[in-house]
Design a protein around this ligand. Sequence first.
Ligand SMILES: *[C@@H]1O[C@H](CO)[C@@H](O)[C@H](O)[C@H]1NC(C)=O
Ligand SMILES: *[C@@H]1O[C@H](CO)[C@@H](O)[C@H](O)[C@H]1NC(C)=O
Ligand SMILES: *[C@@H]1O[C@H](CO)[C@@H](O)[C@H](O)[C@H]1NC(C)=O
Ligand SMILES: *[C@@H]1O[C@H](CO)[C@@H](O)[C@H](O)[C@H]1NC(C)=O
Ligand SMILES: *[C@@H]1O[C@H](CO)[C@@H](O)[C@H](O)[C@H]1NC(C)=O
Ligand SMILES: *[C@@H]1O[C@H](CO)[C@@H](O)[C@H](O)[C@H]1NC(C)=O
Ligand SMILES: *[C@@H]1O[C@H](CO)[C@@H](O)[C@H](O)[C@H]1NC(C)=O
Ligand SMILES: *[C@@H]1O[C@H](CO)[C@@H](O)[C@H](O)[C@H]1NC(C)=O
Length: 739
Amino acid sequence: MKLGRSPLLLSAGHLFLCLTAIWVLTTADLAAGQRPGCPAKCGDVDITFPFGIGDECALHSGFGLSCTTVNGTTKPYAGTIEVTKISVPESKAWLNTWVSSQCYFPSNGTNYLNAWLNLSDTPFWISEVDNAIIVIGCNTLAYMTSSSYVIGCSATCTDVTLENGLCSGAGCCQADVPKDISYYRGYFNENYNTTNIWQDSPCSYIVVMEKAAFSFNTSYVKSTVFYDTYQDTVPIALNWQIRPWSCEVARKNMSSYACISKDSECVDTTHGKEKGYRCNCSRGYKGNPYIMGGCQDIDECHANYNPCGIEICQNTPGNFSCSCRPGYYMTNGVCVPIQKRSRFRPMPVVGASIGLVVLVIVVACACLIQARRRLRKMKQTYFRQHGGLMLFNEMKSKEGNAFKIFTEEELQQGTNNFSEKQVLGHGGHGTVYKGLLRGYVEVAVKKCMTIDEQHKKEFGKEMVILSQINHKNIVKLLGCCLEVEVPMLVYEFVPNGTLFHLIHGNHGRSISLATRLRIAIESADALTYLHSSASTPILHGDVKSPNILLDGNHSAKVSDFGASIMAPTDESQFVTLVQGTCGYLDPEYMQTCYLTDKSDVYSFGVVLVELLTGKIPFNLDAPEKEKSLAMMFMSAMKENRLADILDDQVKGEDNMVILEEIAELAKHCLDMSGNNRPSMKEVTEKLDGLMKVIQHPWAPQDPEEMEGLLSEPMDNSAIGSAGFFSIEKKAINAMQSGR
Ligand SMILES: *[C@@H]1O[C@H](CO)[C@@H](O)[C@H](O)[C@H]1NC(C)=O
Ligand SMILES: *[C@@H]1O[C@H](CO)[C@@H](O)[C@H](O)[C@H]1NC(C)=O
Ligand SMILES: *[C@@H]1O[C@H](CO)[C@@H](O)[C@H](O)[C@H]1NC(C)=O
Ligand SMILES: *[C@@H]1O[C@H](CO)[C@@H](O)[C@H](O)[C@H]1NC(C)=O
Ligand SMILES: *[C@@H]1O[C@H](CO)[C@@H](O)[C@H](O)[C@H]1NC(C)=O
Ligand SMILES: *[C@@H]1O[C@H](CO)[C@@H](O)[C@H](O)[C@H]1NC(C)=O
Ligand SMILES: *[C@@H]1O[C@H](CO)[C@@H](O)[C@H](O)[C@H]1NC(C)=O
Ligand SMILES: *[C@@H]1O[C@H](CO)[C@@H](O)[C@H](O)[C@H]1NC(C)=O
């Protein structure tokens, strides 16, 4: 008998009570029975009938286990297989089985271990619901054979991202276990082996194991940790039944019928063609139906949870009944106060409060699940939106391409959750973080700020093109992450700062003209490559000294393709987005909004002037005429005052000719009309020629020979203005007169 509490207290109390009720129900299963005199436990494992230690304690020898102590730990074994758990209500048992492996080590060659499990002639078979065939490896095709099946899958590590917890082909794959099998053996296709990749991934594995007990860990493919952890302890879930008769047949021979408890029932089961049955306690009873008196009435009222709410509960065999508290009476299954006019109806209130609590829990769970699902879906949507599928397919078809599609998690991990400390710089297009991937690869991760609709669709396509850029003076794009709202780009890390920093933040350290010229050439070469690359010319769109990075050897690496675009192939693709940076921006582009390769040439011209003068391209604080370096330079050139604005570090009698040549080149690049500017290719060749002059002070006296040397690029160059190409000659003349 149980009296209720006040309805107000109940709603809070019920949450707790519901939970404890669940706990009581699950632990009750363990309190099952054995035959008299038989051990209830072996080690930590509960042994419940029909299982038993020794055949005499078991229903028959098929359920007989041995209890063995090895090295101080006692465990039950079915034959030679360790049993870790038995569940009578579920008709299941959990055993530990073995891992099949294929390992290559140079010292030993390829070693195979083909583990097998044979449950024929036992009450067990492999649960197809709980288990999966799991294959782990980087170049693996493994399968399990059964009497009538060959099932397997293949796993690879090339061009895919391994992910903890994800087993769908990348380093790990899985297949469903067929119904009703009681035998399997693991095999490997020998044509898939680790002979060539053993240093990264020596071993492959196949196991048939409980799904819930497996979570892929990327370390499994890289070492033998999976084998070392599981070896002969892979959990597998088995079904069992009493065989070989159905309930109807079995009942006829009561001396062998297993469901002997009162209040139990027989349930037919089948395993393949073989008939069998299992026993269940009837509703309202719990316990072990396989032993006499095993099924016990559940005292519903005695549980912490009162099924009658605040009313009086009375237990009956297999059931319970409710009656109203004193002062209340039942009408239509609801208790109402005996005073007639009262509208207070406690049952509905209780019902409502229980309902409310349940609703809150359900809603909370649903929200959680929904939120997770939404996140996944969102990732997928972004991935698709950004052309991820197309990119993914493209990447797959290109063997050996180092370009990778990263997951958000990977980048979060690598950048310490995009910590402020990892920020390398803030650009107009986003923030760049320093990252460390796989613990040792230094990268720069660029998180863009926004991206317009048109760009979004093209993103995957652009990635395909950008990923193919391979030039020693262009920062290599290693991969991208598409499953976020705004895609992230992963670049190689270039350690030595930017050209801007070198020129303007160098604290007076001298930079020789040769170095300046070399950086200019390398940058120009990179831009030439972009402009003339393959099928789709690429415009940089934001050439400037902060975008020219310097590596360990002070080699230039052009960066920041967040702004870059494929050259439009038709008129409709006008670029309307104004990008670029003050001081570097092509004035023609500002008028026409049409970005061309000559816009990059203009910007490069500004970089050249920067290199010559050491001045900042745009200085808001300067007087009107000197705000823009390009304009200041052009007027100086016009008034023949070049020497006034040259950087003191490079100014010197013997350099003057070269400096004038570079200035002349810069002037051409800065021409107001794009058509009059040289192409990047011409600029590169011009600079190359000047470099040769600097590098060969010992140059031959013979003007003919030298002219040949210097004019070589001229022959390759496309049409240019006559003034522009007269430079080589002048240089030679100057050199000769200087001697
Ligand atoms: C028992 O322990 C010893 C040492 O700890 C070990 O060498 C041996 O292999 C163990 N035996 C078994 C059956 O695990
Ligand atoms: C090679 O095989 C031997 C014996 O089979 C084994 O003890 C050894 O650990 C193996 N070496 C490697 C590197 O796996
Ligand atoms: C499995 O074991 C049974 C007997 O225990 C035997 O008849 C059968 O051949 C075995 N199956 C395989 C494939 O070894
Ligand atoms: C490994 O695979 C290659 C290529 O499929 C094959 O030629 C070679 O024989 C295999 N090695 C072994 C030990 O099976
Ligand atoms: C993966 O395995 C490594 C080494 O065994 C372990 O340190 C790490 O915690 C595991 N990671 C996950 C996500 O399980
Ligand atoms: C009934 O079962 C017992 C025990 O398994 C067996 O010895 C007996 O032969 C069976 N009787 C019939 C009629 O099948
Ligand atoms: C056996 O009983 C349990 C608990 O009473 C129940 O959940 C399960 O559905 C029953 N199984 C069958 C086959 O009736
Ligand atoms: C338990 O009793 C209720 C009425 O109190 C009845 O509706 C229900 O069918 C009974 N359940 C069983 C298993 O007897």
